[in-house]
Design a protein around this ligand. Sequence first.
Ligand code: ADP
Ligand code: ADP
Length: 229
Amino acid sequence: MLRLENVSKIYPTSARPALDDVSVDVDQGEFVFLIGPSGSGKSTLLRLLLREETPTRGSVYVANWNVARLPNRKVPKLRQRMGCVFQDFRLLPTRSVADNVAFALEVTGKSEHTIRTVVPEMLELVNLTGKADRMPAELSGGEAQRVAIARALANRPLVLLADEPTGNLDPETSDDIMLLLDRINRAGTTIVMATHDRQIVDAMRRRVVELHLGRLARDDARGVYGARR
Ligand code: ADP
Ligand code: ADP
């Protein structure tokens, strides 16, 4: 589903590589934690998968796409099949909960009929049916992240990329979000989640890919966060 082959990324302004000869393979249906200290290359790896950056060396594949070689005009098609959630939710502040989810379907050209069907399905999936007409500012952090997850899943992505999705949430709310992501993964969606949250990684016991200074430091099938440094 996702593959990095000997990928290095050197930003023009930076002395050391952000990623240094990294190879990783993720099968459909996997749940992968991407961990490592700040600056170890986690965001760069996610940005390469989205073609927000291109590798200096090596190859990046998502499903059948050779991502680095994809013509620019096909990049939107790739991104439509990747769901993204972030630490800061990134909801549209002037649109209701339902309209935030609808927007994701509008930009991919879905019909009114599809939008009317899919939006309530997505809100039900994340347990927010009763809050369809709320505005983002009226939501708790956990609710806002659930809207972001609903929006990310609306177009049935091949993979959900989550960059520190619990970074702004208290531990209890983080656990709720992880239960939701676990349920989504068990229903078949591949998930790659960058995180610093030791408790979550240790509780989930899923695959752990660890980066250090841009190098692959560890790839454990049912890993823990690792020794406290
Ligand atoms: P992480 O997400 O693990 O914190 P990043 O991928 O953001 O790591 O960063 C990896 C390295 O690349 C860091 O040294 C960072 O300073 C550098 N870096 C990231 N983005 C850029 C950029 N756009 N331009 C130059 N250097 C960058
Ligand atoms: P939590 O403690 O679960 O993070 P909050 O205490 O922030 O949640 O919110 C509790 C409930 O109040 C939530 O259902 C949320 O939708 C609602 N709420 C929070 N802030 C506002 C607001 N500014 N206006 C209206 N409702 C709000």
